[in-house]
Every structure is written in C-alpha cells, then in structure tokens.
Design a protein around this ligand. Structure first.
Ligand code: UDP
Length: 236
C-alpha cells in the first residue's frame, strides 16, 4: 500500500537543468518521468507543480534591470515550458498527463480549475499544474502549497537536491544535521529555508504536511511512497 493516496509533487525547475547549468537536461527529465510512472503504477493520484528557475526567475531578472512583474510573468511562462517538457516525457513512456495553466493559453494547456485537476487524477492521468499561482511576487513553492490544498492532497512532496531539512545549509555547513521530522512552527522560528515563508505558512494554516526528499536520486519517489524514512516530514 502506498503511504499516501493523493500527492502534490513539487519539482524544482533548477534541478531539471541537471549537470548542464541551464535549460532542460533530457536525462534528468526522463528520470523524473520514470519515477512518476513507478508511483502512478502503485495506484497513487498525482498532481505536479514544477518550477521555472532553470529558465528564468523574476527576482534575479529584477536585479539586472527587468521590470519585476514582467520578470515574474517570464518565470511563470518558464513553468509552462517545463510542464510541457515533463508531459511530453511522460507521454513517451505511455503515461497520460494533462497540462493545466493558471493563466489562459489554450491550446497549450487547459485553463486550471481544481475540478479539472481532480478529474484528470481520478481518471488516472497526471495533472501538471503550471504558472505557479498565476500572480507575480509568488513562487512555485507557494503555488504548490496552494494547489496541494485545493486538490485535497494528503501531502506535498517537495523534491529537491538535498535529502531533507537540516539545522543549516548542508552545502555550506558540514556540521549541519538532518531532522527526520520537524513542526511548521520550528521551521519558521529557526528561519529554515525549506520553502519560502508564505508557502510554509499556507501549509501550516491548512494542515498540509510537507515531505522534503532528494528527488534527484532515481527510485527515491517510490521509496517515499513505500514509507522508507529517507527525508524530513514537516507537520503540525
Ligand atoms: N513565479 C511567479 N508566481 C508564481 C510562481 C512563480 O511570479 O506563483 C515566477 C517567479 O519569477 C519565479 C519563477 O516564476 O522566480 C520561477 O519559479 P521558481 O523560482 O519558484 O522556480 P524553482 O525555484 O522551483 O525552479
């Protein structure tokens, strides 16, 4: 039995760039698609929100003189590009998916509603929800919290390139230790950057647990669903 029945999987755009440092690494993309297929075959309903940091981030654009709102809109378009890439990679291995866009852009994707996403998942398709929240000044982490709550997911699985939540950034501080579980309040009071504050606060207020794990190791998504304690659970 899978640990959760319906999941919201957050994939980082930045991780999609793999070793190449920009854009979409096809190897990483295909690995993600294969991992998703494995979990779909366990009977899990899957909603996905994917970031866009491998292509464009509004905040870094603003630092280079871009208008922040236009920059954020560029970032949201980047999430659509990544969503289409993932949908295509899933299709290539026989997995049906539906790209929904929170900003109207038919025929690229159907306009997002909670019910369209649920309908897709209930019919065995992967629902890929793009454009984040559709609003500037937000992130796809907040988009994931919002969509996870809306689609009544049992958990938000935050796939990252680290294997959980640490006392400090393990890439910078070798003495950092990992939590097996931690409360939302402790994440917020310790200022741990699991996700941005808005995203964490939304999960806290709506009781959506977050499971942080390393999605870049092939097989990890299935391990999480099988109940292996490989990451960190953030809970009430
Ligand atoms: N973005 C936005 N509103 C949202 C979600 C995303 O404006 O609701 C923009 C924002 O500029 C962000 C970019 O899209 O920097 C890409 O998303 P994010 O940085 O969350 O991607 P990730 O870090 O997961 O690759």
């Amino acid at each position: 039995m899978p640990r959760f029945k319906r999941i919201l999987l957050k994939l980082s755009g930045e991780s999609l760039q793999g070793e190449q440092g920009y854009g979409i690494d096809v190897k990483r993309l295909n690995e993600y698609a294969t991992q998703i297929k494995e979990v779909l075959n366990m009977g899990v309903e899957i909603g996905i929100v994917i970031g866009g940091g491998n292509i464009f981030r509004g905040l870094s654009g603003a630092g280079k003189g871009f208008d922040r709102v236009k920059g954020d809109q560029m970032g949201m378009c980047a999430t659509v590009i990544n969503s289409l890439a993932l949908s295509s990679a899933l299709g290539a291995i026989g997995v049906k998916s539906r790209v929904l866009t929170a900003i109207r852009m038919e025929p690229i994707g159907e306009f997002y509603t909670k019910w369209r996403a649920i309908e897709a998942m209930e019919s065995g398709e992967v629902a890929i929800m793009s454009c984040g929240t559709s609003q500037p000044y937000f992130t796809t982490d907040t988009g994931s919290s919002l969509r996870g709550i809306e689609i009544e997911a049992d958990v938000m699985l935050k796939g990252t390139r680290v294997d959980g939540v640490y006392t400090a950034d393990p890439e910078k501080d070798p003495t950092a230790t990992k939590f097996s579980d931690i409360s939302y309040d402790e994440v917020l009071s310790r200022g741990l950057r699991v996700m941005d504050i808005t995203a964490t606060a939304m999960c806290k207020e709506n009781n959506l647990p977050i499971y942080v794990f390393n999605m870049d190791i092939v097989g990890n998504l299935k391990r999480v669903m099988a109940g292996e304690p490989i990451g960190t659970l953030v809970h009430p």
